[in-house]
Design a protein around this ligand. Structure first.
Ligand SMILES: [Zn+2]
Length: 154
């Protein structure tokens, strides 16, 4: 049996559940949290099962996406070769699940493009000064911004 990793964690969880089930409830001191409370605290720490499932799905999807499009779109647009490490949502999804999972609206980028160029583009977009299509890191506006920021050493 594995002593660490997800399997060990699963086994530890099972044996914990078994111990709690065996223990007569009368032996539980009044100040101790109930199983339900413990379970809720555990969920708060690790996220609910649904959130964990969501994270696993996202991790798989982003890996697949980056394997197919391994270069930063914004760097590529100005002739630079930089690995993409972030899968960015072209239009901010705002928690909308349909928009979140729309792979046609994903773009792979480097951290600099995500943190610097994309943030500025999104600010302009939020103020109504930029069209949604220009949020793509290979749009004319994004390319101009990339060049300007790079030449300023940002
Ligand atoms: Zn880049």
């Amino acid at each position: 049996m594995a002593t660490h990793g997800p399997d060990a964690e699963k086994h530890a969880g099972l044996s914990f559940a078994w111990d709690m089930a065996k223990r007569p409830s009368a032996f539980r001191p009044a100040h101790q949290p109930t199983r339900q409370e413990q379970s809720r605290q555990y969920d708060r720490r690790r996220g609910s099962a649904r959130e964990r499932g969501y994270n696993v799905r996202w991790e798989k999807a982003r890996r697949t996406f980056l394997a197919r499009a391994p270069l930063c779109l914004g760097c590529e647009a100005v002739g630079r070769v930089e690995p993409a490490v972030i899968v960015d949502h072209v239009i901010p999804h705002g928690g909308d699940s349909e928009r979140f999972w729309d792979t046609g609206m994903w773009q792979g980028c480097c951290k600099w493009h995500h943190d610097v160029v994309k943030q500025r583009l999104e600010d302009l977009f939020a103020r109504g000064s930029l069209a949604a299509a220009s949020l793509r890191l290979d749009s004319a506006e994004a390319i101009a911004m990339t060049r300007a920021l790079r030449s300023n050493g940002l």
